[in-house]
Design a protein around this ligand. Structure first.
Ligand SMILES: [Zn+2]
Length: 272
């Protein structure tokens, strides 16, 4: 299995190679534009010459976002999770006087935006723990935070905990790449841990998660965590010392819904 660092290095090397290739290709293309050229404005050079002055082409911004997104390891479907797409109507109760779901969701949204805002000046400080049942929009907010931070050019790593556990287990025997992933999770300025839930933790994976969170707490590196566990359950699954690190390093917001948001989306879609 390839480590995160290897993947990043490969990406980087491929990009270098593509740059060279496309520079050579666009020399040809300028005489004879080929259908393989992706950007007709700059012929994939990345720059546009105007009166002998070079300007970056608009395709570079798009490319940069795509690279950041890949480096953050986020799933494609999360690209559209944006604060402005946050749908308050999923949090309305059928008892119209009950605003508790909506109020707690708005508090969580507000805290997420404050967090992004605070990171503009300094990426050190408290993180956020979103707790609540499956389908209450926790991952949406975590992904919206990640997207907003990447737009600020911040380094973000988005790890889905069950996948992280698989990777840690896979490296358990080989011992070779484990350190790379752990180092990245410890040292990245902003880490998102999505779905820190009721999984099959071994003593060994539990210790790894503790070491990530403990390091980040000591270095004041914020972590955004989503979990459907209560703090009591978290203690059961992850142990008291990890839970205590999370409480020390995160503001905690509980989000609830009357109906799983995915089910609401499904119903909307099928009505059309
Ligand atoms: Zn271009």
């Amino acid at each position: 299995m390839k480590s995160l660092k290897e993947l990043l290095e490969n990406d980087y090397l491929n990009e270098l190679k593509n740059c060279k290739d496309s520079a050579a290709a666009s020399d040809l293309a300028s005489q004879n534009p080929s259908p393989q050229v992706k950007c007709p404005l700059c012929l994939d050079r990345g720059i546009i010459l105007k009166d002998d002055v070079a300007y970056p082409c608009s395709c570079m911004q798009q490319k940069k976002m795509e690279n950041q997104f890949r480096h953050a390891r986020m799933a494609r479907g999360l690209l559209n999770c944006r604060f402005e797409n946050f749908r308050q109507n999923y949090y309305r109760s059928s008892y119209s006087e009950d605003r508790s779901y909506l109020e707690s969701a708005l508090k969580a949204l507000n805290a997420s935006q404050e967090f992004v805002h605070a990171c503009e000046n300094d990426t050190h400080g408290l993180g956020i723990l979103f707790t609540g049942p499956v389908g209450s929009g926790k991952t949406f907010l975590a992904a919206a935070i990640a997207n907003a931070l990447m737009e600020q050019d911040k380094s973000v790593l988005f790890l889905v905990v069950p996948d992280l556990l698989d990777e840690l287990r896979a490296t358990y025997k080989s011992q070779s790449n484990e350190l790379d992933l752990l180092d990245s999770a410890r040292e990245i300025p902003i880490l998102i841990l999505d779905d820190l839930g009721a999984h099959n933790y071994t003593e060994w994976t539990r210790n790894r998660i503790y070491s990530i969170l403990n390091y980040r707490l000591n270095e004041e590196l914020p972590t955004v965590i989503t979990s459907n566990l209560s703090l009591g359950e978290m203690e059961e699954y992850l142990g008291a010392r990890t839970t205590s690190r999370i409480i020390q390093s995160c503001r905690i917001f509980r989000i609830s819904v009357e109906q799983d948001i995915r089910l609401s989306i499904y119903k909307e879609r099928e009505k059309k």
